[in-house]
Design a binder for this molecule. Structure first.
Ligand code: CAA
Length: 381
């Protein structure tokens, strides 16, 4: 694996960095306080080619490789992880399964719209009683003459209350297991599809995390993604890719926290010299940088495997697990370096600390990543 970014990757890194510096970073505290995603900024990211960076050119995407995408997620997350989350939805959780399993009609209908950033897609798997145990969902679907009827509740859906279309996973009969699950593309205006409350959260606040309710929600036959019974495989293979980008988000959050800690330590004086002159602070910074680089390498490695067409299930879980736990530690250290100021929102590391925490939870908790990794290591029982 070559660690140097190529010309295209460097170019997209520059685009994402400039946008993040100018449009996201200066407003991130306000987005957090107001719990607001700025739709105009989503459109701007669409115009810059970031919303569909990995999606096929024929549908308006950039068709770039996974490394370019990770570099983009890192840069955008340095500015505002919540806004980066929409790019991740469109490229990973919503765009990827459409490209891989969608019909030509489905691709033409939805992909160009999400690439512009004007239309928002979401991914609805989790339920009140089915989080880590994704195969135990109880949202049901029933086949009828001209389509399907969906009934049930989804929770923790990123951008749920703002989505225009949602990839919904439902089961033919409760308790039917993984092979009874199918996936459906449900338009927001479909009768019987309602948005419930948004969660009050610790971090990742600008991005709404919503409940979705399906009550006798009738969708046409063309709403089925892939074939009946293929839903669990669609969800798992989609999450494999999504997990690498969560790792990249964690790397971006930690990189920003480290930069802020370095800057502060050279400016703040105590006992007659800058904090950076004290070995206690230097050791914090050194440890933060080692952890960060190790995580970035795992993220790039998983993305590289994906680009090579190799299996990346295990590498993605390793990257997400290590990077997300690293981000929690690194942002914790950043708060420590800044002391009391680190606890105040004006200095940003307080928000980064809160934003980092969700990377250990969504798209599979750290415990689930360990299960995925262990299953790849051990013979099938
Ligand atoms: N790719 C393709 N197929 C896969 C797969 C993968 N990565 N992983 C499993 N499968 C297939 C298996 O091969 C198996 O099929 P066969 O029987 O034909 O071989 C089938 O799926 C069932 O697999 P398992 O028996 O391994 O399934 P399990 O019930 O034991 O679950 C698990 C495994 C890894 C724990 C899984 O449930 C899991 O990943 N849980 C975490 C769920 C998760 O990440 N939720 C996040 C919600 S989405 C989100 O957070 C986004 C948001 O908007 C907030």
């Amino acid at each position: 694996m070559d660690y140097a970014l190529n010309e295209d990757q460097l170019a997209v890194q520059e685009v994402a960095r400039t946008f993040s510096e100018k449009k996201l970073k200066p407003n991130a505290e306000e987005f957090d306080a107001q719990q607001k995603i700025d739709r105009d900024l989503l459109k701007e990211m669409g115009e810059l080619g970031l919303m569909g960076i990995t999606l096929p050119e024929q549908y308006g995407g950039g068709e770039m490789d996974a490394i370019s995408y990770m570099v983009t997620c890192e840069e955008l997350s340095r500015g505002c992880p919540s806004h980066c989350g929409v790019v991740m939805l469109h490229n990973s959780l919503y765009g990827f399964p459409l490209v891989k399993y969608g019909t030509e009609e489905q691709k033409q209908k939805y992909l160009p719209r999400i690439c512009t950033g004007e239309y928002i897609g979401a991914f609805a798997l989790s339920e009140p009683g089915a989080g880590s145990d994704a195969a135990s969902i109880t949202t049901t679907y029933e086949a009828i003459d001209d389509g399907y009827v969906i009934n049930g509740n989804k929770i923790f859906i990123t951008m749920g209350s703002m989505c225009d279309n949602c990839l919904v996973f439902a089961i033919r009969e409760k308790g039917g297991g993984a092979k009874a699950i199918s996936a459906f593309l449900v338009d927001r205006e479909t009768e019987g599809f309602e948005v419930g409350a948004n969660e009050k959260k610790m971090g990742f606040k600008a991005s709404p995390t919503s409940e979705l309710i399906f009550q006798d929600c009738k969708v046409p036959r063309e709403a089925l993604l892939g074939t009946e019974g293929e839903g669990f495989k669609i969800a798992m293979s989609t999450l494999d890719g999504g997990r690498i980008s969560v790792g990249a988000m964690a790397v971006g959050i930690a990189a920003e926290a480290l930069e802020l800690a370095v800057k502060y330590s050279t400016q703040r004086e105590q006992f007659g010299k800058p904090l950076a002159a004290f070995q206690a602070i230097q050791f914090h910074l050194a440890d933060m940088s080692v952890q960060l680089e190790a995580a970035r390498s795992l993220v790039y490695k998983a993305a590289w495997l994906k680009d090579q067409g190799e299996s990346y299930t295990m590498a993605a879980a390793q990257a997400k697990l290590f990077a997300s736990e690293m981000a929690t530690k690194v942002t914790h250290s950043a708060v420590q370096v800044l002391g009391g100021y680190g606890y105040c929102s004006e200095y940003h590391v307080e928000r980064l600390y809160r934003d980092a925490r969700v990377t250990e939870l969504f798209e599979g908790t750290s415990e689930m990543q360990r299960i995925v990794i262990a299953r790849q290591l051990l013979p099938k029982s």
